[in-house]
Write a protein that binds this ligand. Structure first.
Ligand SMILES: Cc1ncc(COP(=O)(O)O)c(C=O)c1O
Length: 398
């Protein structure tokens, strides 16, 4: 029998993937997937884009492209990000194969096996899996409704027994908790991290999916503030604003970090698919992205409102949850000490499923929460499925 590397021994299949397989087979209503609804993809727009490509553009799309990205996409994405207020010209942009690859490259850039990496608790499972694959030591800091706990962060940063190599956060419409960091929290975070020599990875895949215009002022990213004395590595993705099947993301990072990341990317896949980069470029350049994102924002806002309405009508009073202002998720807090896995097993018997809280706990222990996604399920199914989860909660916990 072959001997496996330590990084492989640390890997386990995520509960989300396991649940998807099970549920697909049994026709269960899925509140588990954090992906857009198939029915919402801009298929017509993509048809038009492809049919209008010149032969020359089709040839470019079929060829390798520079490691940092298709030049056309680097241009149109720079314009898109500049419009969002990001300091594109003071940084370097690298196109990646999904933003998960950007996170992978950044971890490889900064982290040796055993190095501490500060993460939010709860934290996006995909990023934690990457950190674990590099054998990082995850240091959880609690998340509050305003953002990462400053007290918790200070405690970890001021410890003399460890030296964190990186901090990873998702300030806008957090996965799984749905929260939006306040600007005060972001400012306090900047104050704490300035001149500490701890790179900050700011994962911002949901900021375009706000439901309320007035929230736009709160979406200003730390990268946009562009603080001196902190290396902010900003990551983003086409997955939520066009389609995850394109496998395209990006990082916007200071020049010195970019140089290392580009070298690492060369070793991984030489370049991200030119084909999908060409499509993404045309989607941005034509301005279709703005109409499309406006449309899906409206749709997710409607679905979130339906989920909130049905949760309010059916959940026991002891179950609380965030009312989302954007993004994809509602985070249910069950009574303390509950086991979400028991609840979800019962819910599966009834025909609906979410994801258990421990999936997002860096130490995989606390399990009194459930993540429900409203992005991938029609209003109809939300109305049918949420009462089933509520019934399961009552039967298992009450
Ligand atoms: C917070 C967060 N970051 C990154 C990703 C991964 O995005 P990509 O498809 O670009 O790899 C996801 C996907 O769900 C996510 O929720």
């Amino acid at each position: 029998m072959a001997t496996f590397s330590k990084s492989v021994s640390n890997l386990r299949s995520s509960e989300i993937r396991d649940l998807m397989g099970l549920a697909n087979k049994q026709g269960i209503i899925l509140f588990s997937g954090g992906m857009p609804d198939n029915d919402l993809f801009p298929l017509k727009e993509l048809d038009i884009i492809y049919h209008n490509l010149s032969n020359k553009e089709k040839q470019i799309a079929m060829q390798y492209c520079p490691t940092n990205g298709l030049p056309q996409l680097l241009d149109s994405l720079s314009t898109f990000l500049r419009k969002k207020g990001l300091p594109v010209d003071a940084n370097r942009l690298l196109i990646t194969t999904g933003s998960i690859q950007a996170i992978n490259i950044l971890v490889k850039t900064f982290v040796e096996p055993g190095d501490p990496v500060i993460v939010e608790n709860p934290c996006f499972i995909g990023a934690m899996t990457v950190f674990k694959s590099y054998q990082a030591d995850l240091i959880p800091v609690p998340l509050t409704p305003e953002g990462i706990s400053m007290e918790g962060l200070k405690t970890q940063i001021e410890r003399t027994d460890i030296k964190p190599r990186m901090i990873y956060i998702t300030p806008n419409f957090h996965n799984p908790s749905g929260i939006l960091y306040t600007q005060d929290n972001k400012k306090a975070l900047i104050d704490i991290l300035t001149n500490r020599n701890i790179p900050l990875v700011e994962d911002d895949v949901y900021s375009d999916l706000y439901f309320y215009e007035e929230d736009r002022q709160h979406l200003k990213s730390i990268k946009e503030i562009n603080p001196e004395g902190i290396d902010v590595c900003y990551t983003g993705s086409f997955s939520k604003i066009l389609g995850p099947g394109l496998r395209l993301g990006w990082m916007l990072v200071p020049e010195e970090i970019y140089t290392k990341c580009e070298l690492i990317k060369q070793t991984l896949d030489a370049c991200s698919p030119s084909y999908t980069q060409m499509l993404a470029h045309k989607f941005l350049e034509s301005g279709m992205v703005y109409d499309y994102v406006k449309k899906v924002r409206g749709e997710y806002k409607k679905r979130a409102a339906v989920m909130v309405e049905v949760l309010k009508a059916h959940m026991p009073e002891s179950v609380t949850f965030n009312v989302p202002r954007g993004g994809f998720y509602i985070w249910l807090q069950l009574p303390e000490g509950s086991d979400a896995t028991d609840v979800l097993n019962k819910a599966i018997e009834k025909g609906a499923v979410g994801v258990s809280g421990k999936t997002f706990d860096p130490h995989e222990t606390v399990n009194d929460k459930i993540r429900l996604s409203f992005c991938n399920t029609s209003e109809d199914k939300i109305r049918k499925g949420i009462p089933l989860i509520a019934e399961a909660i009552r039967e298992v916990l009450m």
